[in-house]
Ligand binder design. Structure first.
Ligand code: FEO
Length: 397
């Protein structure tokens, strides 16, 4: 049970912690997550977002510690992905199915598709306001951050932003605020950005500009996952600015898999070459590292090297998994190269190059193909490839 907490006068965090989840649609959540929901007491009582459907009773119990749930006058759905909208039917069933349900235009479409119900939808767009008594909400659509329906709700008088998934982190802990968790939170926020928002970095830049132009101040940023930013909300804004610029750093990620350790030997030699150029390196075997952790390292790297043996005229399935995942998140500003061992047909490097091309990365070498086991000469070529990557990364950083 998560005791509801008054985070500002008459504003409560009423969501739930999910300590057990370890896979969030393909994203590794080693420390669980939270589904945050917020309750505002005013002349009109407002619930912002809900939780996964299996936590609906817990949400109602939390609300019940503050008011009878039937006293809720308005529900705002900032985002319709099921971890935030899944409990809407149960909540509305409890508080009244005619309760106004505020959402964006796409939110309306999605909620209708999800639940096949004609609720009392109130569609809002950027700039629309909603007075609830002493307070006023201002809505800001944040399309594709990270779904078409996503929006922010900003409580003007308190300067509190309810930001949906943006600025969130997948972590369940006793901490509620940034100042209670310390620096550790940034690594969770970085992983969240790399795996959920990176593909929409251009939109993040535009949104940050909109926020700056409007002169919006934030006493608190309350996301739908993880801790609330109250001590220094500007820290996460600055981090989003940096991550969304996709500026490369002096780091190369060597991503590989191996059958009989030949491609592993090549990977280590490539990594050695990178280090020879005083560039940081991460050696990540796709069967040892989760795709979402690899993605987090790739996000701010200046280069990637990808290695795979040839298997049945193709690349290793786990390497294909990771590349498909990385490609979808559209990392930019990186140099790249491929390598791999083979027995007789040797298609892997060609396929890897095609994948890297589709990612629009700068391929700096035709790639290294080695038959069976790399000898000293082959490993020297791998070291040279690593050095070449290291030099190029240094040039672009
Ligand atoms: Fe936390 Fe996009 O849902």
């Amino acid at each position: 049970m998560y005791n509801p907490l008054e985070i500002a006068a008459n504003i409560f965090s009423v969501g739930c912690r999910d300590w057990d989840i370890r896979d969030f649609h393909g994203y590794s959540t080693y420390e669980g997550t939270t589904y945050n929901a917020y309750l505002i007491k005013d002349e009109k009582n407002v619930l912002i977002d809900t939780v996964k459907d299996e936590f609906a009773d817990e949400l109602l119990e939390n609300i019940g510690k503050i008011m009878d749930p039937s006293e809720i006058d308005i529900v705002i759905s900032n985002h319709t992905e099921m971890d935030h909208s899944g409990s809407i039917p149960k909540i509305l069933h409890r508080i009244g199915e005619d309760t106004p349900l505020y959402c964006s235009k796409m939110g309306h479409k999605n909620l209708k598709s999800h639940f096949n119900r004609d609720y009392n939808y109130k569609v809002v767009q950027s700039g629309d306001e909603l007075s609830i008594g002493k307070r006023t909400f201002s809505f800001l659509e944040t399309k594709m951050l990270h779904w078409p329906d996503s929006m922010f709700s900003y409580l003007k008088e308190d300067a509190i932003l309810f930001s949906s998934d943006a600025f969130g982190q997948h972590i369940a802990s006793d901490a509620v605020y940034d100042d209670e968790i310390g620096d550790e939170v940034m690594s969770h926020a970085k992983k969240y950005y790399a795996n959920i928002l990176l593909a929409y970095s251009g939109r993040v830049q535009k949104l940050l500009q909109t926020v700056t132009d409007a002169g919006l101040k934030f006493n608190m940023i309350c996301p739908d996952h993880g801790i609330i930013w109250r001590d220094d909300p500007s820290a996460i804004i600055s981090a989003y600015d940096k991550w969304s610029r996709q500026e490369p750093s002096k780091k190369v990620v060597v991503i590989f898999d191996t059958m009989w350790k030949s491609t592993a030997k090549m990977a280590k030699a490539v990594a050695k070459g990178v280090e020879d150029e005083n560039v940081s390196v991460r050696l990540m075997n796709t069967r040892k590292w989760h795709r979402s952790d690899i993605m987090t390292e790739v996000m701010d790297a200046g280069g990637i090297a990808v290695g795979s043996p040839t298997l049945n005229n193709g690349i290793f399935p786990v390497v294909a998994d990771v590349l498909t995942y990385i490609k979808g998140l559209r990392p930019e500003n990186k140099v790249a190269a491929a390598f791999g061992s083979y027995g007789w047909s040797g298609e892997a490097v060609k396929i890897l190059n095609r994948e890297l091309e589709q990612m629009k990365l700068d391929i700096i070498d035709e790639g290294l193909n080695v038959q069976y086991v790399p000898d000293k000469n082959n490993l020297e070529k791998c070291i040279d490839l690593g050095r070449k990557l290291g030099k190029k990364v240094t040039e672009i950083c």
